[in-house]
Design a protein around this ligand. Structure first.
Ligand SMILES: [Zn+2]
Length: 76
């Protein structure tokens, strides 16, 4: 019922570690990947991809959340 004990690797059952990495794209765009990674086998589970780009009116943030089924970008 707690749900807060972490994500487990579906290969070996180890608790996966939350990781993120950012990648600079051309111009002012930055892309950030959020994912869990298994420290034992290196298996990776994507959580979210966020892209930030600068426009004339400020920043545009595009989020793509991986929930298994839903793969729609969410604009904020
Ligand atoms: Zn694993």
């Amino acid at each position: 019922m707690s749900g807060g004990e972490g994500v487990k690797c579906n290969k070996d059952g180890n608790v996966m570690v939350f990781t993120y990495e950012s990648e600079k794209l051309k111009g002012d765009q930055v892309r950030v990947f959020l994912y869990y990674k298994c420290p034992v086998c290196g298996s990776r589970r994507d959580i979210e991809e966020t892209r930030v780009e600068r426009s004339d009116r400020g920043f545009i943030v595009t989020r793509r959340v991986y929930t298994g089924i839903l793969r729609e970008p969410v604009s904020t």
